[in-house]
Design a protein around this ligand. Structure first.
Ligand SMILES: Nc1nc(=O)c2c([nH]1)NC[C@@H]1CN(c3ccc(C(=O)N[C@@H](CCC(=O)O)C(=O)O)cc3)C=[N+]21
Length: 292
């Protein structure tokens, strides 16, 4: 069994980013990322802090906007407009999900698609579907593909089962896998979800299984074929009494049970998560280049 070490691959991606940042610096350019968080969800706060730190470590310009839970839709739209107009900002990320009184889709549509480093704006969703390389690919799906490539897992002709159909992971990763190219594409893709019948029977046919359903330890050994490759996208906080923090992070895959059957598998933490952040930096650099 091969352990796909996302943290290591992410470090390689960040080294590539560092070289590009140095090149841009020669042209007098510094990529800038703005991260906006509304409310005080502890997991979201931790994530936003980690992004801010990674940016600064790399020498990216990073701005963090932490807004109170009772921020109005109008106030958030006004901040997005301000960031759209700010020439020092090339990437804008509004942490998902926002509080319930905010219309997330309206916020995403308000972001300048050229600064939409999450790849959630309809224009970028269209570009992904059209295989237009000027668009932004959502960071987590892009990270999954990069991990497969780095681990030497060919997707050409492989049967990939994607567990989950979210706009953030399931749908875009399925599009990338079925794209007409040999760099993580050319796969035969089945997208399964909570309404799928005979789920275990289906997932057992997967050469590659991508778990992105947001349910802790959902994928058990009997759902995985011997020799399959498993990418675990889940980031679930579960209680862990007696530990320092009182919680731990587990994936959507029951790693201990599943790993022995796998050709290769990603751990959580240290798998897809660090790749998401690295690809966010890469997208911000791309935005800076394209904005000119
Ligand atoms: N607009 C928006 N864009 C996002 O990309 C986005 C978002 N909203 N909302 C929340 C989710 C979640 N997400 C994570 C990314 C990296 C880790 C990560 O690096 N985790 C580490 C450590 C986790 C820990 O120990 O706390 C790991 O897996 O090794 C986690 C979670 C991005 N998201």
């Amino acid at each position: 069994m091969q352990l796909i070490q996302g943290a290591k691959v992410a470090a390689t991606v960040l080294e590539e980013c560092q070289r590009e940042i140095a090149e841009l610096a020669k042209l007098g350019k510094k990529p800038g990322l703005a991260v906006v968080l509304v409310g005080d969800d502890p997991a979201s706060r931790a994530y936003v802090r980690s992004k801010d730190k990674k940016c600064k470590d790399l020498g990216l310009h990073s701005v963090k906007h932490e807004l109170p839970e009772n921020t109005t839709q109008e106030e958030l739209l006004a901040l997005v407009a301000q960031l759209n107009a700010d020439p020092s900002i090339h990437g804008i990320l509004v942490q998902s999900p926002p509080p319930r009184h905010i219309d997330e889709s309206a916020i995403v549509r308000a972001i300048d698609p050229r600064k939409d480093v999450d790849g959630f704006h309809p224009e970028n969703v269209a570009k992904l579907t059209l295989e237009d390389p000027t668009g932004f690919v959502p960071c987590t799906p892009a990270g999954c593909i990069r991990l497969l490539q780095d681990a030497g897992v060919a997707t050409d002709g492989a049967h990939v089962v994607v567990l989950g159909r979210s706009m953030i992971v399931g749908k875009p990763v399925a599009l990338l896998l079925m794209a007409k190219n040999s760099n993580g594409g050319n796969a035969t893709v089945t997208v399964a979800h909570s309404r799928t019948k005979n789920l275990a029977e289906l997932t057992r046919t997967a050469d590659i299984l991508i778990a992105a359903i947001g349910r802790p330890l959902f994928v058990k050994a009997d759902m995985v074929k011997e020799g399959a490759v498993v990418i675990d996208v889940g980031i679930n906080r579960v209680e862990a009494p007696g530990t320092e923090k009182g919680y731990k992070i587990v994936g959507d895959v029951d790693f201990d049970a599943v790993a022995p059957k796998c050709r290769a598998i990603t751990p959580v933490p240290g798998g897809v998560g660090p790749m998401t952040i690295a690809l966010l930096m890469a997208n911000t650099i791309k935005a800076c280049r394209q904005l000119g």
